[in-house]
Design a protein around this ligand. Structure first.
Ligand code: PNS
Length: 167
């Protein structure tokens, strides 16, 4: 059984993430989408871990060999605990590479795990959850960039935040 993990913050999941997850599901027997904590992005988080898990479970339902899980600590501990030897990451542009290479080397120095990079499909290479949130916050149309259910939840959450900011 070849098992891989697609880790990320997924706040929220985008069509770019799903592109990588779908293609990973064709390369491996089992894929776990693992929602972790990126310390650098923690303050900008819009959705709870439970909400992100639920959104991903719906979005990944078409892939029979993909499951979704959350994790708190190190990705390498998650890999060890789940018998996973491959971490799959999407690369959008060369600007992603420096940081991803550093993480890949750190992770493989900690445990016996390889990182596999998949180039993001060109149609999604500009896409990032942080940009989706920013564009949506200022009223831009992001409906073609995220799954429909996620779009509904994003619109509702931003409206809630806007109401709370006014009070
Ligand atoms: O979607 P992101 O924000 O790029 O995902 C980054 C994530 C969550 C995969 C990364 O920050 C991570 O692996 N966090 C878990 C903590 C950890 O293992 N840190 C050491 C990385 S070398």
């Amino acid at each position: 059984m070849r098992k891989a993990v697609c880790p990320g913050s997924f706040d929220p999941v985008t069509n770019g993430h799903l592109d990588i997850i779908g293609r990973t599901s064709e390369l491996f027997d089992e894929v776990v989408v693992a929602i972790g904590v990126n310390k650098a992005k923690a303050s900008a988080r819009l959705f709870s871990a439970e909400e992100r898990i639920e959104m991903l479970e719906k979005a990944c339902a078409p892939y029979g060999n993909v499951t979704v899980a959350g994790f708190d600590g190190l990705l390498t501990t998650f890999c060890e605990d789940n018998g996973i030897k491959a971490i799959v990451k999407g690369l959008r542009a060369v600007s992603d590479f420096d940081y991803e290479l550093q993480m890949a080397q750190m992770n493989s120095s900690l445990v016996d795990v390889e990182t596999v990079f998949i180039p993001t499909s060109p149609e999604w290479s500009f896409l990032a959850s942080s940009l989706v949130k920013e564009v949506a916050m200022f009223g831009g149309d992001v409906s073609g960039l995220i799954p429909p259910d996620v779009h509904t939840q994003l619109t509702e959450r931003l409206a809630e935040r806007a109401r709370a900011d006014k009070e």
